[in-house]
Ligand binder design. Structure first.
Ligand SMILES: Nc1ncnc2c1ncn2[C@@H]1O[C@H](COP(=O)(O)OP(=O)(O)O)[C@@H](O)[C@H]1O
Ligand SMILES: [Mg+2]
Length: 372
């Protein structure tokens, strides 16, 4: 076998291997982008015969687009081989995504070429995107539930060390009265101190929780906030045999808000409304959530119930933390709602419903107005 034939054989074998690859492989003149070699996958991706064409509108990085850190057009033979590109690019025609890696090297005829390989990663990317979305949803849901339930849960938790401390102290007092030796009291006092530390840890956890949920305000459609919050409220309404009516004025502008926090506010107000209607029946078991533009700068949201209403006396303390009239209440709901609304430069107001019951309203700033 002569040398030329051996060289040809080797090239054919290499081409057969490259054609067998699922990844698209190409070599292009580094100076002008003319394609010198393309394997079967690359040709299938870009149609018929791509060799001889210039790399435009194909799934390849482009120097004109600033895809490279070092412009390959200026590379000389002494600069190669070197890594040129490693990134993800979309195929504009099909919308599929490719991981593309390019290297600069010396071609058989002495020219500098870009040798590239592109692998289809659309499926992998889609799976990752779905997983990310799902995770976001789960953590949003978790936050919605936890913020509402957090207060009562933590209060319960903090109650345990506190009552333990009370017991230890009472025990000590009783023994001291009975003339016990100071040393006998030591273990009980140490235990009380340990319980106090435990309570401290719980409080630190609350602080961390609050820190984590600092507002992240973005432009959000009002309907998006209400849809999400009321999806939770619907479940409550069905369970309690109550009706939930939603009335969103058409064409509302986006508001600037931390959507999860505002969802939480709506949910808290709705649940309070349901609680207030627990002895009502028939038509009166209707809770209405209404949203409309108050003016160009503010959107107003109202939660309207037909419940037992609020006495003059209670109205004074509604927003104070831990004020509650419910057996299982925590009294944190309205306090949290008010601070969230104020973080949004709004005001949470309460008035009597002329038809019986209570109306809570709050405002959110219109995105456009904030940006001006
Ligand atoms: N829609 C409402 N109708 C009548 N009373 C309400 C309403 N919302 C809140 N309240 C009163 O305000 C109190 C405090 O509410 P909140 O801060 O949410 O705490 P909680 O719901 O745990 O009691 C309630 O216990 C109730 O007495
Ligand atoms: Mg409440």
């Amino acid at each position: 076998m002569d040398d030329a034939k051996a060289g040809n054989d080797a090239r054919e074998r290499l081409e057969a291997v490259l054609d067998g690859l699922e990844a698209a492989v190409y070599a292009a003149d580094a100076r002008n982008g003319e394609i010198l070699f393309a394997n079967r996958s690359f040709r299938a991706l870009h149609g018929a015969d791509t060799v001889g064409l210039v790399l435009h509108g194909l799934v390849v990085p482009l120097p004109e687009r600033g895809d490279y850190r070092v412009d390959p057009r200026g590379l000389g033979v002494d600069d190669v081989p070197c890594e040129l590109f490693d990134g993800e690019l979309p195929q504009p025609r099909t919308g599929r995504w490719y991981h593309v890696r390019e290297q600069a090297m010396r071609w058989v005829d002495g020219r500098v070429v870009r040798l590239g390989i592109a692998t289809d990663i659309t499926d992998r990317k889609e799976t990752a995107e779905t997983a990310r979305r799902q995770e976001e949803r789960i953590s949003r849901t978790a936050r919605l539930i936890t913020m509402g339930e957090m207060a009562s849960m933590l209060a319960h938790e903090i109650n345990q060390p506190l009552s333990a401390i009370v017991n230890y102290c009472n025990g000590c007092a009783a023994r001291m009265q009975a003339g016990a030796d100071a040393r006998e009291l030591l273990p009980a006092i140490q235990k009380a101190a340990a319980q106090a530390e435990r309570a401290g840890k719980i409080i630190r956890r609350i602080r961390e929780f609050v820190k984590k949920s600092e507002p992240r305000r973005t432009a959000v459609p009002v309907a998006a906030i209400l849809d999400e919050a009321l999806a939770f409220a619907e479940i409550d309404a069905r369970r309690r045999n109550m009706r939930l009516v939603v009335d969103i004025a058409p064409g509302l502008p986006d508001v600037r808000a931390d959507r999860i926090m505002i969802e939480q506010v709506v949910l808290n107000l709705v649940r309070n409304g349901f609680d207030a209607m627990k002895d009502a029946s028939g038509e009166e078991c209707t809770l209405t959530v209404r949203a409309w533009a108050r003016d160009e700068r503010l959107v107003e949201i109202a939660v309207i119930d037909r419940g037992h209403g609020i006495s003059e006396e209670n109205r004074e303390c509604l927003f104070q933390p831990f004020f509650t009239t419910k057996d299982d209440g925590m009294g944190m709901g309205l306090a949290i709602c008010r601070s969230v609304v104020e973080l949004h430069d709004g005001r949470l107001a309460v008035e009597s419903n002329p038809e019986g019951g209570t109306i809570f309203t709050f405002t959110l700033p219109v995105e456009e107005a904030v940006r001006e």
